[in-house]
Design a protein around this ligand. Structure first.
Ligand code: FES
Length: 124
C-alpha cells in the first residue's frame, strides 16, 4: 500500500492525539467493516471549537485522517467545521489509496457526532 508523505508524517507524529478531560462533548464512531474506532473530543468557546483531540484505534489512514481533521477544525465555528467533507480531508492528506478512502468517513462522522452531542448538551 502506497501512502503519501503527508499521511506518513501524520501517522508517525499525529497532531492533537489524546483526551480532553473536561471536554464539552465527545463523538465516537466505529467502522463496522474493519472494527476501527475513532473518538473526538471538543472544547468550545461559544460556537468556536477552541480545542480538539482524538483517540483512534485504527489503521494508518484513520490515524492520519484524525490528525489532519483535528488540525483543520481547530478555531473554526461549528458551521465551518460541519462543512468539511471527507474529500477535503483526503485532499489535505495528498490523497489516500482507494481502499482507504472509507477511513476518512470515520473522521467526518466522529466530528459530526461530537458537534451533535454538544448541541444537545447546551439545550439543557
Ligand atoms: Fe478501518 Fe481504516 S481500515 S478505518
Amino acid at each position: 500500500m502506497i501512502y503519501s508523505e503527508k499521511v506518513l508524517e501524520h501517522f508517525k507524529k499525529p497532531h492533537n492525539q489524546g483526551e480532553i478531560k473536561n471536554a464539552d462533548a465527545v463523538g465516537e464512531v466505529g467502522n463496522p467493516v474493519c472494527g476501527d474506532v475513532m473518538k473526538i473530543y471538543i472544547k468550545m468557546e461559544k460556537d468556536v471549537i477552541k480545542d480538539v483531540k482524538f483517540e483512534t484505534l485504527g489503521c494508518a489512514a484513520a490515524i492520519a485522517v484524525s490528525s489532519a481533521l483535528t488540525d483543520m477544525v481547530k478555531n473554526k465555528t461549528i458551521d465551518e467545521a460541519l462543512k468539511i467533507t471527507k474529500d477535503q480531508i483526503v485532499e489535505d492528506l495528498g490523497g489516500l489509496p482507494p481502499v482507504k478512502v472509507h477511513c476518512s468517513m470515520l473522521g467526518v462522522e466522529a466530528l459530526h457526532q461530537a458537534i451533535e452531542n454538544y448541541k444537545k448538551n447546551i439545550k439543557h
